[in-house]
Design a protein around this ligand. Structure first.
Ligand code: SF4
Length: 213
């Protein structure tokens, strides 16, 4: 995988490929009423992925970015935030312009990312006010979980960047016992705490069970 600068100049209309839209959520951006824009495309192949339809970089888009913006204009004053999720949002070069367009309407911007493209993430952090960073597994398990070599180093760099940015964030791990033992999950939580991660959410099979370090 190669990386390229994310986004376009401010004011440019985004070409974001949208795979879906959730009109209202209270759980995807802590403390905020938010809409979630699901971005098309992800280069990883996690075995437990529940968004397989979002993995191809292009697919029959159920909603266009223009339609999303029209929706966001109608919801001004009713929603607080827009969360860009996926898929892997940072895959798309139109993400930054899309964030800026949504921000111009007064929304706070959230980002769900697996930290796949740290170089692109670095250029996006100034646009966002909250990041949900997926920590897929203990570092030694990463490639097996994501199906891609070298994935752990990318995420470690992304975590470093998010922490250095000062942007509010949480780390999130989806786990079940078939992936790796619970003892390794606990060790991961300990390591994240030692790295200064204040909020770590564990989602067993996408259920809402939570743990905080
Ligand atoms: S990073 Fe997320 S969207 Fe991509 S394959 Fe893994 S679970 Fe699915």
């Amino acid at each position: 995988m190669t990386e390229a600068p994310a986004g376009r100049a401010a004011g440019a209309r985004s070409s974001l490929q949208v795979g879906g839209l959730t009109a209202l959520t209270t759980v995807d951006y802590p403390g905020q009423l938010a809409a979630v824009v699901f971005c098309q495309g992800c280069p990883w192949r996690c075995g437990y992925c529940h968004n397989g339809h979002l993995q191809p970089p292009r697919a029959g888009a159920p909603v266009s970015w223009t339609e999303v913006m029209a929706f966001l204009r109608r919801r001004r004053g009713l929603l607080d935030a827009v969360v860009f999720s996926g898929g892997e949002p940072t895959l798309q070069r139109g993400l930054r312009a899309a964030m800026r367009e949504a921000k111009s309407l007064g929304y706070a911007i959230g980002l769900h990312t697996a930290g796949i493209y740290p170089g692109r993430l670095a250029g996006l952090l100034q646009e966002v006010s909250w990041v949900g960073l997926d920590i897929k597994a203990p570092w030694q398990r990463y490639d097996a979980v994501t199906g891609r070599p070298g994935s752990a180093a990318r995420v470690q760099r992304s975590l470093d960047l998010v922490q250095a940015s000062g942007v509010d964030y949480e780390c999130r791990t989806t786990w079940h016992a078939g992936l790796y033992p619970e003892e390794e999950l606990q060790a991961l939580g300990q390591e994240l705490a030692e790295r200064g991660v204040a909020r770590w959410t564990v989602q067993p099979c996408r259920l809402a069970a939570r743990a905080t370090v």
